[in-house]
Design a protein around this ligand. Structure first.
Ligand SMILES: C[S@@+](CC[C@H](N)C(=O)[O-])C[C@H]1O[C@@H](n2cnc3c(N)ncnc32)[C@H](O)[C@@H]1O
Length: 496
């Protein structure tokens, strides 16, 4: 019998069967408490859900009270919901007992993803109902919006090997189990590895769990896919206190991100991809994008960086002080001042947040794109990232191949034009994508004519020549004029 985080695999198998029997699923939980109460719970308010469940004493209601609402429940009620399991759950420290009631010591909640229900162990959500409570340095974060963002970004091609760097509660490994033959998950926090082990065994997912920092536990090894939601928060050393492992390390400024970017290539197989969420500094004296470009160029990898948001330092500090449960405590003001001093000393005036995708494409001239995209994205975004490498390769075709191919404009492209009624040529003509990053391009008459004719019938060269005839232009000049723009559009995935 194997043990995962102090729980026998048999106990976890029984637990899974009973969670299923009680219908402890996302849909059933939402239905039991109602959408409004569920939204309130997402904001850490439990009262609406508690009221909604007050007349219910069935197993599902007991499990909701125990875990998401963090209420003590009668031991007898839990024995009914999880027959035979209360004792081993107490013995493993998953539950605690006080008289006739039991409480959750760690969280366990359903997670709907990849068309199935998983259950995820983590530490209990802090700060329910505005409680202020100090967080333990080895706190293990549960499902967060960042976890979901990374899961949505991650390219889901079938791979032989995958690395989940900083696995925490194990959520990314659950996703990887759907398309990776062998998964390695690492963390520096032994409690995280413990809870991840429980999560994975509970869901019947196999992975190699390794203790260690960054790439150190996988020295000399390569993976087809690396995924990481690392502890990227840039914070000052906590005077006399340990750092919060789930979000920060001892790296100064954004050196953690720099390390990941610079060394990811040493751990990627040929064609392998590393996808990372991150924060990076905006120094007062240099462009953020130039700094990231330096890290990337040295790595020799293809890269796509998408900056989703920029926070000024005060907003950043407030966000993470609140996240650490310090709002409303005496430490809030001194910590705030200390953090501002830290940023001022480093010359950081704002912080960028976003996504990095690095690919070991092996190009003589790596493709690097670093951009701001604060706008909406169309989910699922991962297929767009998955296709990028082939788009870039296609965009670098020889002139003869480019002009000789019959391109088909992507099916999601729409054209908008506006102008005076009756005007001979509407201006501007805007083409807009509707999938992935929904990019737009303003086209002049020639480019609009070319794009409009790209339906897979005629080669690009023939389209441009025909258009030159119609517009009374020199065909060679029009080719030279149009093809650079078309190459850019190909690299951005405008053609199927
Ligand atoms: C933000 S949590 C992400 C957890 C989970 N992967 C997710 O997507 O929700 C970051 C994780 O990285 C771990 N971590 C912290 N420092 C690390 C380091 N130097 N090397 C590897 N993992 C680290 C933390 O313990 C934590 O579990």
């Amino acid at each position: 019998m194997n043990a995962a985080g102090g729980l026998d695999a048999d106990v976890l198998a029984d637990l899974r069967a009973m969670l299923r029997a009680a219908d402890y699923t996302v849909d059933a939980v939402v239905e039991a408490m109602g959408l409004q109460a569920h939204d309130a719970l997402a904001r850490n308010s439990t009262v609406p859900a508690e009221r909604a469940l007050r007349d219910r004493h069935d197993p599902l209601a007991t499990l909701i009270r125990l875990w998401p609402l963090q209420r003590p429940v009668a031991r007898s009620a839990l024995e009914t919901a999880l027959p035979g399991l209360v004792e081993p759950l107490l013995a493993s420290g998953t539950l605690t007992v006080a008289g006739t009631t039991v409480s959750a010591a760690v969280d366990l909640r359903p997670y709907a993803a990849d068309d199935q229900t998983y259950w995820v162990f983590s530490d209990l959500t802090p700060g329910l109902d505005t409680r202020t409570e100090p967080m333990r340095p080895d706190f293990v974060l549960g499902l967060s919006s960042a976890s979901t963002t990374l899961a949505q970004l991650t390219v889901r091609d079938e791979v032989a090997t995958a690395l989940d760097l900083g696995t925490g509660c194990g959520v990314q490994t659950l996703h990887l189990s759907g398309h990776a033959t062998s998964i390695t998950a690492t963390d520096v926090n032994s409690r995280a590895l413990d809870l991840a082990a429980r999560t994975l065994t509970l869901n019947g997912v196999a992975a190699e769990l390794l203790d260690g920092s960054l790439f150190e536990p996988v020295r000399g090894r390569r993976f087809d896919l690396i995924t990481s939601n690392p502890p990227y928060v840039m914070s000052p050393p906590r005077s006399g206190q340990a750092r919060l492992a789930y979000r920060e390390t001892g790296h100064v400024s954004d050196r953690l991100m720099e390390h990941l970017v610079r060394y990811a290539g040493d751990h990627l197989t040929a064609g392998g991809t590393c996808q990372v969420l991150g924060n990076w500094a905006h120094p007062a004296d240099r462009g953020w994008d130039e700094r990231l470009a330096d890290w990337i160029v040295d790595s020799g990898l293809d890269a796509h960086v998408v900056q989703r948001e920029v926070l000024d330092v005060s907003t950043y500090v407030e966000l993470w002080l609140t996240d650490a449960g310090l709002a409303g405590t005496p430490q809030y003001r001194p910590r705030y001042a200390e953090w501002l001093d830290y940023f001022a000393g480093l010359g950081i005036e704002a912080v960028g947040m976003g996504w990095l995708m690095l690919t070991r494409a092996g190009r003589d001239q790596p493709w690097v794109r670093i951009e701001d995209w604060p706008y909406a994205v169309e989910q699922p975004i991962a297929p767009a990232f998955a296709a990028e490498e082939s788009w870039v390769t296609a965009s670098r075709a020889s002139e003869a191949d480019l002009l000789g191919r019959a391109w088909t404009l992507a099916a999601d492209v729409v054209e908008h034009s506006s102008g005076q009624p009756g005007a001979p040529a509407p201006q501007p003509i805007v083409f807009r994508r509707q999938r992935g990053l929904p990019r737009a391009v303003e086209a002049d008459t020639a480019l609009a004519g070319v794009l409009g004719a790209c339906d897979g019938d005629l080669a690009l060269g023939a389209i441009i020549d025909a258009l030159a005839g119609l517009l009374g232009l020199d065909a060679a000049a029009l080719r030279a004029d149009v093809t650079p723009g078309v190459r850019t559009l190909i690299a951005d995935g405008w053609f199927d």
